[in-house]
Design a protein around this ligand. Structure first.
Ligand SMILES: [Cu+2]
Length: 523
């Protein structure tokens, strides 16, 4: 996640400090040794999976009995000992949880990483149930599949209802460091003066926005697309109104998607060549919990011919939405209740890559139906994700209505030359001052995407509510990660009720590592 310099510093800290068991001890609000909850050991280690017929060495986080991640219950303590069995430092973030900040698992922010052979302990109450996940926040380890489900049961889990958990991920045989290097070397247009293109000269919502290279997607790579944007400079900063119009469905430049070309997309570590086949009861009801644990990839989740009832996003309940297709960006989760038809059949649950044909998924097998092979390419390319569903979501338990005490403008900015991503024009370093917040305040974050790429924005340690999209206020979903599409303005509100030092960043791994990261700090 952090800059190389920071990563080196935290690695140094790890090697010189006694880090065993420091996390729980430092946590002021963690109750000491709640005897009622047994401690669960989670081990970070190497494992081997098979991808496209080849074996691949990846990372994982599992219990000693092999269970990946953790299933627990609301109201219990989260009592975990994390053991690092790698030969490099690691640290796991409990995505969507609201622990004391020292237990949040972000190296250099929450605390040092866990040294090879070391361990750390966690102990905090689970305030709410739902579908969450855990992943490494150390370096680029998330790209090496260091992610697992964190499921917290509550009363949404009806007795007798089968639960199906699907963790989506993107996979490359190219090492993550090398992927990042090639992104940073930029495309063929790196360093060149932007060349206006006929497309950009057309009158459009973008006219006058000084983004001449916007439509000039070079064939070899998407890198050149933004070469001329230089968004952070005041001279090229478009008026919010203009951007809002574009985000509202204008016919502007197409979005720039999928920087990284992956070798495979996985659902529960498998491709559609050998998918997980899950037996379900004909006529029964299942709760599908989908976690997008990808580093860089967003999907359209397709239930095929089945109707699903979306009941929660990022763990938090929404007024149910019936549908067969739901967008899911990086780090988000969807809880979908599905009634399985009585007739025996195989029902593929697919995730189709945004803007592409690639797909992955699992098969729900009801009764003695034959399971046929599903190709790993959809018939046609899917569209880019939109905010249409987000706009229609309504929290079942919205934040109490309150006027914001503080509003932070958070411009999402970047320059494709050198692959520099930033917030308010500043790529993250330890010297960037945190966003100021005071305990007890209602805070609004105004995400304004001034780039041509979508950015899934995540705030640590708090749930937030989506309260505005492109100028229109509404009591939207409570969640922890929201997509901000190119040009869009998305406002979220949260209550500053968990003091500490928290990360806030784009959840696209290489955007975050390149600097689209900042912090919120209050005591
Ligand atoms: Cu981003």
């Amino acid at each position: 996640m952090l800059s190389r310099r920071t990563a080196m510093l935290t690695a140094l800290a790890a090697s010189t400090l006694q880090i065993e068991r420091t996390l729980a001890q430092n946590a002021p609000t963690a109750p000491q040794g709640s005897a009622a909850s047994p401690i669960t050991v989670l081990q970070v280690k190497r494992r081997t999976i098979e991808v496209n017929g080849k074996s691949a060495s990846v990372l994982g986080v599992s219990q000693p009995d092999g269970t990946q991640g953790l299933v627990t219950k609301v109201g219990q303590q989260f009592r975990v000992r994390l053991e690092n069995q790698l030969d490099v430092p690691t640290l796991i973030h409990w995505h969507g949880m609201t622990p004391p900040w020292q237990q949040d698992g972000v190296p250099g922010i929450s605390g040092p990483p866990v040294a090879p052979g070391g361990s750390a302990e966690y102990d905090f109450p689970l305030r709410f149930g739902g579908t969450f996940w855990m992943h490494s926040h150390q370096g680029l380890q998330e790209q090496e599949q260091l992610a697992a489900p964190l499921i917290i049961h509550d009363d949404r889990d009806r007795t007798g209802q089968q639960e199906v958990v699907v963790l989506l991920s993107d996979f490359s045989f190219t090492p993550a460091e090398q992927i990042f290097e090639s992104l940073r070397k930029a495309g063929p247009m790196a360093g060149m003066a932007p060349t206006p293109t006929p497309a950009a000269a057309k009158p459009s919502a973008m006219a006058g926005m000084n983004m001449p290279a916007a439509a000039a997607k070079p064939a070899a790579s998407s890198m050149g697309t933004m070469a001329g944007m230089n968004m952070p400079s005041a001279a090229t900063k478009p008026a919010a109104g203009a951007m809002g119009a574009m985000g509202g469905g204008g016919k502007a430049a197409p979005p720039d998607l999928n920087d990284v070309k992956y070798d495979a997309f996985l659902a529960n570590d498998r491709t559609l060549a050998d998918p997980e086949v899950i037996s379900v009861e004909p006529g029964g009801t299942i709760l599908l919990r989908v976690i997008n644990g990808s580093s860089m990839s967003s999907y359209h989740l397709s239930l095929g011919a089945l109707n699903g009832e979306l009941i929660a996003v990022d763990g938090f309940r929404v007024k149910p939405v019936i549908g067969r297709r739901f967008p899911i960006t990086v780090a988000q989760r969807l809880d979908i209740r599905i009634k399985i038809p009585r007739k025996p059949a195989a029902h593929p649950i697919l995730a189709i890559l945004e803007g592409e044909r690639s797909q992955t998924g699992v098969i729900l097998k009801a009764g003695g139906a034959p399971v046929s092979r599903i190709p790993d390419k959809a018939a046609a390319a899917s569209p880019a994700l939109t905010l249409d569903l987000e706009r229609s979501l309504r929290a079942t338990r919205p934040l109490a209505p309150r006027k914001a005490h503080r509003v932070h403008q958070v411009d999402l900015t970047g320059e494709m030359v050198g692959y520099v991503w930033s917030i308010n024009g500043v790529p993250w370093t330890k010297d960037v001052p945190p966003l100021a917040v005071a305990k007890g305040e209602r805070v609004e974050l105004v995400f304004q995407n001034r780039t041509l790429m979508p950015h899934p924005m995540h705030l640590h340690g708090h749930e937030f509510q989506v309260v505005e999209i492109n100028g229109k206020r509404f009591p939207g979903a409570v969640r922890d990660t929201v997509l901000v599409t190119p040009g869009a303005r998305v406002v979220v509100a949260f209550d500053a009720n968990n003091p500490g030092y928290w990360a806030m960043h784009c959840h696209l791994l290489y955007h975050m590592d390149a600097g689209m990261f900042t912090t919120v700090r209050y005591v």
